[in-house]
Design a protein around this ligand. Structure first.
Ligand SMILES: *Cc1c(COP(=O)(O)O)cnc(C)c1O
Length: 520
């Protein structure tokens, strides 16, 4: 039970005007077994700790040479059971893939098999140190090497850099390799072309690497406008960054033609591989003329993500860019021993652009991803792509009669279905529908991305959802869509049942309050 306390914290639940959506306010703010929980600063005390410490003998000599603390540091504590309850209650307010369907488009929020976790926790992988002698961690190095080998085979590319720690980090790795290749031949190109439907990390990466970013428009059917792209190619264009399948959920079927034109003009082709889930085992990006592509292990290969990490974004390279790949990388000697190439000097290393991270990358993610690959096998991975695409088309075709689907006529979608908020009644928008979906027990889909569709709603079901779970979701989605089309103004106040109601998300993102101040 949490009584209101010194900060004036009070239960968040309120009775709304229509009286329909909230029961009577409880004294505690708890709603049955859904418990309210204030911040630890609001319920803790500086005198309380979860451990017993010996009394300090003030007269005893210290070795701190006069730098003893003179004021309290203001940290609050709780008893051990209070601490356990505090964090358990907070964790129950968290929505995760183990709790329910998570239709975030572009993010590939799929089930993380428990077998992956079991393997990643084996002491030989979990308890080793990056500076351990290489002879003592042969198994771990073999995992990195074999995973890299799978990634090269699945993508049809000759080389891979394992160290980048997320998709965006992989993009930077790829663009730095492109820059190094141009620099090596004395070619100071300054422009990178990015389609307007791209994920924000693409233009951000190119700009971070010092390039000017230019937009390439999309066609009415949701794909890159090849004619416009070709028109813009020239001696100042270092390369293009194209997502395939793209963020409208469509396969860029002219990719090979685009790649040939870019190469002809002396540029390189970066492919954003975040959507590889849709084509793994079916399409090899190397066959499409890609020079560099990151793979989000935390999307396609079922390693956990959310809340900012951890991620892992290995980058595969073509023959042309492979020499510029970053250090370190794992090699296998003729005697069958695995070792890391760490030094720029020496004949094992090409003209590398340098290093992305201190060590070899995310060992825990590597182990999980390889476990996933081995447990599926090559045929199973192909089925992943087929089932993911089937599920997305099921969602698209089950909702297109009621919800605006801008590219429904462009053929089947890939792994995600894109909708827009056209025809919503009153001043209701995508945001209101997303909030109403929370009340129905669903994490909302990706909203307002990609930017090419008004009020975009990007739904990615992934292959791990059953037909029953999709049917339930579609029923909920239809019901909130019907309310939105009818202009149901009560949606403006949604969510009604979440632990917190409607938040000012823009202020939270732009002006986050990162520290607590005592209101007294
Ligand atoms: C997720 C994603 C990225 C960025 O990957 P992170 O691992 O989140 O850094 C880039 N592009 C697309 C299309 C994505 O979906």
């Amino acid at each position: 039970m949490n009584a209101p306390n010194k900060s004036g914290w009070k239960p968040q639940m309120e009775v709304t005007e229509d009286g329909l959506h909230n029961g009577p306010m409880t004294t505690t703010g708890n709603r049955a077994l859904m418990l309210e929980e204030p911040l630890i600063f609001e319920i803790g005390h500086s005198e309380t700790t979860g451990v017993d410490l010996p009394e300090i003998d003030e007269s005893a000599p210290t070795r701190l040479a006069g730098v003893e603390r003179s004021e309290p540091i203001g940290l609050v504590g709780l008893t051990e059971p209070e601490t356990v309850r505090h964090y358990t209650r907070l964790s129950r307010q968290n929505y995760g893939i183990d709790l329910g369907f998570f239709p975030l488009g572009s993010c590939t929020m799929k089930h993380n098999p428990r077998l992956n976790e079991k393997m990643a926790r084996l002491p030989g992988f979990a308890d080793i140190h990056p500076l351990a002698p290489q002879q003592s961690v042969q198994g771990a190095l073999q995992v990195i090497h074999e995973l890299g080998d799978w990634l090269c085979k699945l993508t049809g590319m000759p080389s891979v850099a394992m160290s980048p720690k997320a998709g965006a980090h992989g993009e930077l790795c790829g663009i730095l390799a492109i820059r190094a290749a141009h620099t090596a031949r004395g070619d100071a190109r300054r422009v990178v072309l990015v389609p307007e439907s791209a994920h924000g990390t693409n233009p951000a990466t190119a700009a971070f690497a010092g390039y000017e970013v230019e937009d390439i428009p999309a066609t009415a059917e949701g794909r890159v406008d090849v004619a416009k792209l070709k028109e813009r190619l020239g001696p100042d264009v270092a390369g293009v960054m194209i997502t395939n399948p793209n963020t409208c959920g469509l396969f860029e079927k002219d990719f090979r033609e685009i790649a040939d034109a870019v190469h002809e003009a002396g540029g390189y082709v970066y492919c954003d591989g975040a959507n590889f889930n849709a084509i793994v085992g079916r399409v090899r990006p190397g066959d499409l003329g890609v020079d560099a592509m990151h793979i989000n292990l935390h999307k396609t290969f079922s390693t956990p993500h959310g809340g900012g990490g951890p991620g892992s974004g290995p980058v595969v390279f073509s023959e042309a860019l492979a020499p510029y790949a970053p250090l370190p990388f794992v090699k296998k000697s003729d005697e069958g021993e695995y070792y890391l190439v760490e030094e720029e000097s020496g004949d094992e290393c090409g003209p590398t652009f340098g290093r992305m991270t201190a060590f070899h990358g995310q060992m825990g993610m590597f182990t999980r991803a390889l476990t996933y690959m081995l447990s599926h096998g090559a045929d199973g991975l192909k089925q992943v792509a087929e089932d993911a695409v089937l599920n997305a088309n099921y969602v698209l075709r089950s909702l297109e009669d009621i919800l605006y689907a801008p590219f429904a006529d462009s053929g089947p979608c890939m792994h995600e279905a894109l909708f827009g908020d056209k025809d919503f009644g009153g001043d209701l928008s995508t945001l209101d529908l997303a909030k109403a979906l929370i009340d129905e027990g669903y994490h909302p889909m990706t909203v307002y991305f990609p930017l090419v569709v008004h009020g975009a709603m990007l739904v990615e079901p992934t292959e791990t959802e059953s037909k029953a779970s999709l049917d339930q979701f579609i029923t909920a989605f239809r019901s909130v869509t019907e309310r939105a089309l009818a202009g149901d103004e009560t949606m403006k106040q949604a969510p009604y049942y979440a632990p917190r109601r409607r938040l000012d998300e823009t202020a939270a993102a732009r002006k986050p309050k990162l520290s607590w101040t005592d209101p007294e």
